[in-house]
Design a protein around this ligand. Structure first.
Ligand code: AGP
Length: 586
């Protein structure tokens, strides 16, 4: 997690870096810091605890080179002392870092034994001291040698007193180089420099870039030159802004009027090809984390319902435990908005060791997952900035439907269902609908627990609903399979406890209504979501009847409810406490 960025060019470097950090704030927002190379080659620094968004000046003098960091704390609490950049003993080398150094205890003891003095509790600081030890070799070689000693996934940027440039290295966490006109950027994510350039080059693992005059890429292992491909990004800077909306989350929820349509605008023959591979594979696994994981879990039901086919959902962090079931004929389908989630990348590594083919559903073109996959379906949702995933979720679901229909040879039937769904989502997201959900949020915003139940296709969405409620409103949300309630959780229901019931016009409707009645009989306040009103509901939010595609339309009112609950409770909507958008640590 954490966002890191660096700039060299004609602009006021520390100001450019400050603005870039504001765009990276979704990655971490505990504290931020900038170091710039002043006119005499001296390093100047500013560090602050808290968010960067309200700052308009860095207080640093104009310069052409600067590096900056916005932190999501891992090693060491949130304090100015632990805020990046971190320095060597002589304050001549400044380092920013995103990732985790697994052998940091050992390195810290070793460096301490050689007289290095540590001023923070972070793992990052060992890198500055390691670079110091090799500094007679020049910054490039010193960084390379230092990174040889460091274990774990990281991205590092370093500057040195008197050196007119910077050096960046990647061993697992994302780093992208932006190529402007006589100005260069390095950053954890593209929106940091989208205002300046859309031309990018991706650093792969175990590579480094030296930016003196223009970027030159090297292998971290051999030190030899590496050729990189220039890629032009088709996102606009506006897409990554809030525009008329108060928060990215509500903007992104509303964008679902278009994003489902954009997602299904795939090359049919590619969809058919992968569907055929699913049909002939020795087992297909779906994997992802958090919300993307719940999309995969829904995929298991989608394939069962539509294609009468068993696929396996495994949460990415657990995927290595399934290694024994993998064969070269197995298929792994990964789902990830960012394409940078560490657990997903680890799952890919596990699968590749067994010769498994990797197919991915990714939003960020050129992300690590995109580049490591044998085939990628870009979900085309545009930049998703709010930590809470919304539009990426429904876009990912839409593509899974297409694949499932294609395995039965009925891709056009699938497309028609999704076209109908997209048009009904467009109708649904009107001001009256939003007001009705806001009214519900007012009724339940003081509650401490919300339970969500579903059955069949809507069971995984009950789990996803809980994630939305938790991360946006900080209310304890908990999702269950409707049938599981009476095996324990029913004991939690008290008078007035809200219970959201996800329904569809399907064969499990009578059973889920039965479960709602069980909750109501214990005093629960029943919120029905679905196409059909029922007497058991205390509050009903209508969703269109789109048959098998009900998970797509049912999750949207829950996204809205979580949003309004968060607003009413004064939560940081786009940047929930303790979380980050891309989880690049395991
Ligand atoms: C979504 O609301 C969550 N913030 C989180 O669970 C997210 O879906 C997860 O971290 C996976 O991210 P990815 O899609 O970028 O891989």
């Amino acid at each position: 997690m954490c966002g890191i960025t660096a700039y060299k060019g004609k602009g006021d470097a520390s100001f450019v870096v400050m603005e870039a950090l504001k765009k990276l704030e979704y990655r971490g927002y505990d504290s931020w810091g900038i170091a710039s190379l002043g006119a005499e080659g001296i390093i100047e620094t500013v560090k602050n605890v808290g968010k960067i968004s309200s700052h308009t000046e860095t207080g640093l003098r104009q310069s052409s080179v600067a590096i900056g960091h916005t932190r999501w704390a891992t090693h060491g609490g949130v304090s100015e002392r632990n805020t990046h950049p971190h320095f060597d003993c002589g304050n001549e080398i400044a380092v920013i870092h995103n990732g985790i150094i697994e052998n940091f205890d050992e390195l810290r003891r070793e460096l301490g034994g050689r007289g290095h003095e540590f001023r923070s509790e972070t793992d990052t600081e060992v890198i500055a001291h390691l670079i110091e030890e090799f500094s007679s070799l020049g910054l490039k070689e010193a960084v390379r040698k230092a990174m040889e000693r460091v274990k774990g996934r990281s991205a590092v940027i370093a500057i040195k007193k008197g050196y007119d440039g910077f050096v960046a290295a990647r061993t697992g966490s994302p780093l992208i180089v932006g190529i402007g006109e006589n100005e260069y950027f390095v950053s954890s994510d593209i929106p940091a420099f989208l205002d300046h350039t859309k031309n990018v080059m991706y650093l792969d693992d175990d590579e480094m870039v030296v930016v003196e005059k223009k970027p030159v890429f090297y292998s971290l292992k051999s030190g030899g030159l590496v050729e990189k491909r220039l890629i032009t990004i088709d996102w606009s800077a506006d897409q990554a802004e809030k525009g008329e909306f108060e928060h990215f989350m509500i903007k992104e929820i509303m964008e679902q009027k278009d994003t489902i349509l954009r997602a299904i605008n795939q090359n049919d023959s590619e969809i058919q090809k992968i569907a055929n591979e699913i049909n002939s594979s020795f087992g297909t696994f779906f994997t992802g984390c958090g919300t993307a994981g719940k999309v995969c879990f829904t995929g298991q039901y989608i394939f069962s319902k539509i294609a009468n086919k068993h696929v396996n959902y495994v949460n990415s962090s657990e995927f290595p435990n399934y290694e024994h079931f993998l064969r070269p004929e197995t298929l792994l389908i990964t789902v990830s908005q960012s394409g940078e989630t560490a657990d997903v990348l680890e799952a890919v590594k596990t699968a590749k060791k067994k010769g498994v083919k990797i197919i991915s559903l990714v939003n960020v073109k050129g992300s690590t997952l995109d580049r490591q996959s044998d085939h990628t379906f870009l979900i085309n949702a545009g930049p998703e900035k709010a930590v809470a995933s919304t539009k990426a979720t429904t876009a990912q679901l839409a593509i899974l439907y297409l694949l499932a229909y294609a395995t039965t040879g009925k891709i056009h039937e699938g497309k028609n269902l999704l076209l109908e769904t997209a048009s009904k989502v467009n109708d649904m997201l009107n001001p009256r609908y939003l007001a009705r959900i806001e009214e519900l949020a007012k009724i339940i915003c003081k509650k401490s627990d919300i339970y969500i139940i579903g059955r069949g296709l809507n069971y995984p969405m009950a789990l996803e609903s809980a994630i939305k409620v938790q991360e946006v409103s900080y209310i304890h949300g908990h999702g269950f399979a409707g049938g599981e309630l009476k095996h324990g959780p029913l004991a939690l229901i008290e008078k007035g406890t809200p219970c959201i019931v996800l329904t569809a016009k399907d064969d499990v409707f009578p059973q889920i209504i039965g479960n709602a009645m069980e909750v109501k009989a214990r005093g629960g306040y029943i919120i029905g979501i679905g196409p059909e009103k029922h007497g058991v509901f205390d509050y009903w939010i209508k969703t269109p009847d789109v048959r098998e595609a009900s998970p797509i339309v049912n999750i949207i009112p829950v996204q809205l409810l979580a949003y309004y609950l968060g607003v009413l409770r004064g939560c940081e909507i786009d940047y929930p406490r303790n979380l980050a958008k891309s989880v690049t640590v395991q």
